[in-house]
Design a protein around this ligand. Sequence first.
Ligand code: ADP
Length: 586
Amino acid sequence: MNDTSLRALRIYLTYWRMHPWLVAGAALMGPAYVLQGILCPLFIAKALGQLASHTPVSTAYLWLAGGSLISGALLRYASDRYCIMQLCAKTTRDIYNANLKHLLKQEYGFFANSFGGSLVAQANRFAKGYEVLNTVFFLDAFGLLCGVLVAIGIMMHYNFAIGLAVAGLWVASVSIVIYLAIRRMAVRRAAVAKESEQTGELADIITNAVTVKTFAQESNEQRRYGATNQERSNRYYRSWEMAVRNTLAINLLCGTLQLTVFIGGIIAVQHHALTIAAFLLFQLYILRIIDSIGVATSVVRQFEGILGDAHEMTELLGRTPVIKDPEHPEPSRINQGDIELRNVVFSYHEQADNAQALLNGFNLQIKPGEKVGLVGPSGGGKSTLTKLLLRFVDIQSGTIAIDGQDIRTILQDDLHQAISYVPQEPLLFHRSIKENIRYGNPDADEQDIIRVAKQAHAHEFIKDLPHGYDTMVGERGVKLSGGQRQRIAIARAMVKKAPILVLDEATSALDSESEAYIQDGLWKLMQGKTTIVIAHRLSTIQRMDRIVVLDKGTIVEEGTHSELVKRKGLYGKLWAHQSGGFIEEA
Ligand code: ADP
């Protein structure tokens, strides 16, 4: 068992520790099995022994046999009904919640580099695994284990040599079962990893299905996906092949065990070292013990499956987010939106030499309520600046302060509360339009929502939808046009009431009607807020209080639109090459 599997087990065990009484109740499966499967046959054998030696059969044995059968059945029911089921329900519920909590703690970069579909599959497999673990352990394994131990004890009592041989062979068989299963674990894990990759690939293709079609890439995608699928299939085949070979080994071991008891029993009876009744009892017990090896194979196989399935999520659960909240966060004092970047050094790549950093000693101050447009050639660092302000990535040195407070000294939640961020292509939840807008401020009432929707010019199209504000927008908002999504995102940002607005202006894919609406909506959104816009539209740019021209991570010019046009620098060039109402970046 490798480190990750041990860690997975340890995580699973922490959930057991949260419900000690339910675990104790679940463990009653052991005594229940012993009563039903081991003690009942023992009392019957006792009665049989009296019968064979021509003494009157004591009714006490019959009562005991019946009593152990019934009480075992009832105990089994109680343990399952009141403890195991509850334990499963409560612990898996907690695991699902904990998974989401952990995932949401991860930083922006983590999500940018992961497949959504694959993360979902990993998280779900981990929680499902626990459900299986609970049932397999208590319903299949634990009872049988108790039964086998008691049976071996009873056999030793009747005939020590046979009991000892059975104990030895049983331990050896179980050890071999576990060894073989663990060997298979690595093979199975490789199969699961490939399957996860395949799921992610499928999700990616489906998400981009329209792009695939418009680029006529169906057959290429099919080929690519087919190759991953083939490898997944090969790996699963190898894992099943091993399982079948393991089963053969187990069957041979069980046969040896059965023959030992049979032949040893006959010899013992011949030498008067065992009664016929005890011999029969042994035959019954050995069937149970063999059963236990068969079940142990499947239990270990299932455990191995669970741990294999849990592998990726376990690694993920061990991951600490790159962007962390401070240990002792200060209460946020952000209310004006006075932004200052001082001596900021930042690079996407770890490097010793600051000279190669994207931002090296970068300074920028934005006064409360000021509207700043960031423009410049693509790759100049505009998006990076907005990511730094939101702490999607962290700077290597220098400070970023808002209202005099270093953003690394407060909780990320507090920072994000203070900033409305409208990305270039906003995504929406597959929830109603109303819920999507309210996302900006859970306290907003119906009137607030309609008011902001009107300001964002979203009300115009929402009121014509079949269910108005209750219309579901489809996954990621696919049922709406790009312009409509953007207007809902603007309304969502408006209802948030944050002092700072960060806006990545949409450049393309908007119809002209939407464009005019969005322009107006955006302008209303900016009122009274410190605003940073990655500006593409001339109309937006001209209205800005200040334009900052960025090139290769350096401010090369700044000023108002007319000042910069007059200066005939980089901005002047960009302006001269404008097209269709947009600054040409390339
Ligand atoms: P702009 O928004 O002005 O087009 P960006 O801020 O997106 O520019 O990018 C600035 C530079 O940083 C570019 O050279 C880009 O390739 C690089 N960059 C952006 N994002 C990442 C990332 N996640 N990892 C590595 N490099 C990045």
